[in-house]
Design a protein around this ligand. Sequence first.
Ligand SMILES: NC(=O)c1ccc[n+]([C@@H]2O[C@H](COP(=O)([O-])OP(=O)(O)OC[C@H]3O[C@@H](n4cnc5c(N)ncnc54)[C@H](OP(=O)(O)O)[C@@H]3O)[C@@H](O)[C@H]2O)c1
Length: 279
Amino acid sequence: MRVLVTGAEGMLGSVLLPRLQKKHHVCGVDQRDFDIGDESSVTRAFRELRPEFVFHLAAYTDVDGCEANPQKAEQVNALGTRHVARACADLGAGLLYISSDYVFDGRGKRPYREDDCPNPLSVYGLTKLRGERYVQALVARHIIVRSSWLYGPGGKNFVATILKLATERSELRVVSDQHGSPTYTRHLSLKLVELVANGAYGIFHVTGSGECSWHEFAVAILRSGGYPQVRVIPITTQESGRLAPRPAFSVLENLRLAESKLAPLPPWTQGLAEYLREI
Ligand SMILES: NC(=O)c1ccc[n+]([C@@H]2O[C@H](COP(=O)([O-])OP(=O)(O)OC[C@H]3O[C@@H](n4cnc5c(N)ncnc54)[C@H](OP(=O)(O)O)[C@@H]3O)[C@@H](O)[C@H]2O)c1
């Protein structure tokens, strides 16, 4: 199958690409090749490359940056996804789009299911949701995968940031009132390939198993990463002073994976152990 991956040089793309290359003719594209916010560039590139299936990973992922620059967020995350979806529809290609736990408001009392009503708090969450809507409206053969708290090689992520800070400071302040599920990109990319191979369709929640707060995640990183002496002070979201609002509880129930008899991802603690061995 001729497969195209957008955002191929991003954190998830850099892990997914080699995995896909074992089975498919894969072309990875990034911002250097063309801007997904520019419809004519997208159409031209897709007509040239003629993919049969597209993994659309490219996005403006800086959550606070999106809040400060909503026009860019709309252009890349919402309209960029519309351009990709239209180009897929033109060619009759299937499309897998990566969305986010930030489409939910986090006021729920139990893990969010695929058919729970989204209500994003941030510009990033809103524009990712608008991307979902374009995919659903334009591409018959689509999969929307909502994931959360990604970490892995080849990108800026929470684990790498905490380990770097641990070499510079004896005390870190980390938010303890946001809960979610950390997800290792190698585990996620395996499941993406499996979903496509199984002819899956519609929305799937795919995250590392289990949940924690950012504070608990930081403590686990420092303990397993060789910095148990670094103190982690719990702080509130308000104290963190971040620009974009974030959901307090964005744990996703991976219900459709279970209904489809597909194994859940390993626990996030296992993903963390594997990542730490890798680096
Ligand atoms: N990171 C998370 O915790 C998380 C959680 C849930 C869902 N997701 C979603 O998962 C996907 C992959 O995330 P990631 O963490 O791997 O992201 P990432 O490392 O930030 O990579 C995003 C990629 O998109 C490219 N890109 C950005 N703007 C573009 C544009 N206008 N035209 C073409 N390419 C553009 C970037 O290229 P440049 O590097 O050249 O800018 C980069 O290669 C995204 O769709 C994200 O929304 C991420």
